[in-house]
Design a protein around this ligand. Structure first.
Ligand code: ATP
Ligand code: MG
Length: 137
């Protein structure tokens, strides 16, 4: 069964949105296979966002994701990678539709509440980066 990495970012944790995000995926019928609340090291943040290393916002992105605890999760279900991205909405909350997580709660392109893997390759890489095998059910 397909798995994806979903993370509630520091803004989402601070605003008390973990439960809402978890609830949306549960109600969709997806299965939670791992979860933890962690403060991210700079090293992990830089590895996670390695594809954006050359972007002008990279420093800001790493600062933000290490600014407070995140809620990291692995979810499983049919076609979950693409569907989770639809449930999250567009990267910039001002482009995200109402009914999506970012459309409903996102503030700006940095404070956009959630991360979700964007492809099977990213999902595999991110799950291995964030979780030990023994932490997954
Ligand atoms: P994520 O990877 O967090 O799920 P995404 O895949 O929708 O988001 P990416 O293009 O991978 O978007 O960008 C990663 C993150 O970098 C975004 O979620 C956003 O917080 C931040 N970001 C993207 N573009 C910008 C920008 N122009 N300025 C500031 N931050 C940005
Ligand atoms: Mg991305």
């Amino acid at each position: 069964m397909e798995k994806t990495f979903i993370m509630v970012k520091p803004d989402g944790v601070q605003r008390g949105l973990i439960g809402d995000v978890v609830s949306r995926f549960e109600k969709k019928g997806y299965q939670l296979v791992g979860a933890k609340l962690i403060t991210v090291s700079r090293d992990l943040a830089e590895q996670h966002y390695a594809e954006h290393k050359e972007k002008p916002f990279f420093g800001e992105l790493v600062d933000f994701i290490t600014s407070g605890p995140v809620f990291a999760m692995v979810w499983q279900g049919q076609n979950i990678i693409a569907t989770a991205r639809q449930m999250m909405g567009k990267t910039n909350p001002s482009d995200a539709l109402p009914g999506t997580i970012r459309g409903d709660y996102g503030v700006n392109v940095s404070m956009n509440i959630v991360h979700g893997s964007d492809s099977p390759e990213s999902a595999e890489r991110e799950i291995a980066l964030w979780f030990e095998k023994s932490e997954l059910n």
